[in-house]
Design a protein. Structure first.
Length: 289
């Protein structure tokens, strides 16, 4: 892996864009990355067996971009792992196909990563692509019953908001700068997770290993919210949560948390009933057990 710094003091990085049926949006994402001003980028697209002809467009309009097509549709984590394994450099920025970068985003992420040797991942602030001051993902906490907490979600940026880098238990948003060497040491992204907790589980393992996950709010990403998938996503969020619990919680911890889980799940089932999505809980849990 090449990691020689240029005269700006910044090392070359690889960027892996995860794509599935992104013909209408990926061009904007690739242009944003190529126009970011970062000195040296190894840019890749990993396609998860799209059914549109977006990859043909990428090959035609972006001949310098390396394209990798999965053998079959295996979900975003398998595609992220492919990007990490194909990367030419140790620092790898993995992202979905529906984002644009804010000013100096990549430079800020890399400088944050370089500030300490034990940083394994750095996540940006994710803002709405339409309402550009509206926060989609920022600092992420993890509740002990395994629910992610994003306190700033759907709030607007304010002038007095603290934008200094800070450590986090895990990251969210599916967009991060990480290291190929770290991913290899930890065993890569968990490919049993398809949607929900895909990035959080990986970054949690970074923290559990003794390294740091940093949030760098001055690095901004603009994310295009996709509509129409909320109910289906619930199933995978529920599956992802229980997969995380059974993978990382000890039997003793699970036993001690039984009363809290029963109380919480009763409320969760009531909420899903009101949304007309109770069946998604059983489908999601059924996918784990």
């Amino acid at each position: 892996m090449t990691q020689t710094k240029d005269d700006t003091g910044l090392p070359p990085i690889s960027v892996g864009v995860i794509n599935f049926n992104g013909k209408k949006i990926i061009e904007r994402t690739l242009n944003s990355i190529l126009e970011s001003g970062y000195p040296e980028i190894d840019l890749m697209v990993v396609d998860d067996v799209s059914t549109d002809d977006g990859i043909e467009m990428v090959r035609e309009k972006f001949p310098s971009v390396r394209v990798f097509i999965q053998e079959r549709n295996m979900g975003p984590n398998a595609a992220r792992n492919r990007a990490l394994k194909e990367a030419k450099h140790d620092m790898v920025f993995v992202t979905d196909n529906d984002i644009t970068l804010g000013p100096d985003c990549l430079k800020i992420l890399v400088k944050t990563m370089l500030a300490e040797d034990d940083i394994g991942a750095v996540t940006p602030m994710v803002l709405d692509a339409v309402e550009k001051n509206r926060i989609y993902a920022n600092y992420v906490g993890l509740y002990y019953l395994c629910f992610g907490i994003i306190p700033d979600r759907y709030q607007n940026l304010s002038p007095d908001m603290d934008l200094d880098p800070r450590s986090s238990v895990c990251g969210s948003g599916g967009i991060m700068l990480t290291k190929k060497s770290v991913a290899e040491r930890l065993g890569w992204f968990d490919e049993d997770l398809y949607f929900g907790y895909t990035d959080g589980e990986y970054t949690f393992r970074i923290t559990a290993s003794g390294s740091k996950v940093m949030q760098a709010p001055k690095a901004k990403i603009y994310h295009l919210e996709k509509a129409g998938r909320e109910i289906t996503r619930l199933r995978y969020q529920i599956r992802g949560r229980w997969h995380f619990i059974l993978k990382h919680y000890s039997a003793r911890t699970l036993f001690l948390l039984i009363p809290a889980f029963l109380f919480f799940e009763a409320g969760n089932l009531g909420y899903l009933t009101l949304k007309g999505a109770l069946g998604e809980w059983f489908r999601g849990v059924g996918m784990v057990i």
